[in-house]
Ligand binder design. Sequence first.
Ligand code: NAD
Ligand code: MG
Length: 383
Amino acid sequence: MKRIAILGSTGSIGTQALEVIKANPEHFELEVITAHSNADLLIAQALAFKPNAVVIAREDLYEQVQDALQHENIKVYAGTNALCSVVEMGDIDMVLTAMVGYAGLLPTIRAIKAGKQIALANKETLVVAGQLITELARAHGVNIYPVDSEHSAIFQCLAGEFHNPIEKIILTASGGPFRGRTAEELRHVTKAQALKHPNWDMGAKITIDSASLMNKGLEVIEAKWLFGLRNEQIEVVVHPQSIVHSLVQFEDGSLKAQLGLPDMKLPIQYALGYPNRLKSDYPRFSFMDYPQLTFEQPDLKTFRNLQLAYDAMEKGGNMPCILNAANEVAVSAFLKDKIGFLQMSDILESCLAKVAYIAHPSYDDYVDTDREARAAAATVTDK
Ligand code: NAD
Ligand code: MG
């Protein structure tokens, strides 16, 4: 029986993780759930799953949650500090980080320091501070299990192969809703068009990141840290059907891939259940439904964010942290119709040039860098 805490239980990953837990009561017990502002859903989840504790990040919603759960034996907390300390509770074995953005960094650090195993969906944490997080995990004997479908695919390909060096990995990308478009066409795309992902139903931020290929850029950096790779070992190929979830090439030239229908419940379940494959009744893939699986080069000139991510990874230090912060501000401004689709890349580029470079950042340097990059990005978005 694994006792699980879910940070961000009301989101796309969080709700699917709850489905996995509900379907496997003999394997998982829900200890803690947290949410930013969807108090109604958090309450409904608490009533259904009876966890030990719930946290609502927005303190003004504390009373609502507390009132609704007062007759239950469930502890209710509020605020970002509570979000960080709740992961340290003694009866948690594994923390699923399913919150979005930089806000996941500190709770993840606190969970690792408390010796909790991590199922990592919150890729921004590894983008911002991959070196710090992986060193900390090593020091505390904590494993980080990938939830992202591409990284789960690589991890699954590596099962039984951990002693065999990787030659390279190939991350697949759907290409998003704007695959094949020119920069001129992208200039006028709308938020509604960008939010329509062809294969996956996800939170708003990652859906925009997928449309701009930023998501693949973040995943390249995420893969570097998860699998200890050199930059040149990480390739991206566009695969519009999202069936081949990613590949590993070993030193004998052999390639292994993991395939399946695009359904995040599978990688979530693999991360929570590792090393076991739990029986599931999710729809099965059939070649007859997908007679053609296709592959093409990503267009790095039109989708500049992926190139910018490669560049930031190459420079290292706090560059990926700058990239991430600028991107969070840019995506949020795009979602508020304040800026156009292509302006998001302009903002990333200008922030990467503006914010001071730090080769070996400490935790405090990351905090400062994140703040500076957000301020630099806001000078454009708030104009
Ligand atoms: P989402 O927007 O659907 O949900 C985000 C969750 O985080 C919500 O529960 C929200 O309450 C919580 N949250 C947001 N901001 C917070 C804050 N400042 N403090 C505390 N809680 C906060 O997002 P999602 O699509 O579920 O994605 C979550 C993470 O998983 C992201 O890092 C994303 O990149 C990653 N991921 C998602 C998918 C997917 O299919 N959705 C796939 C791979 C990776
Ligand atoms: Mg992914």
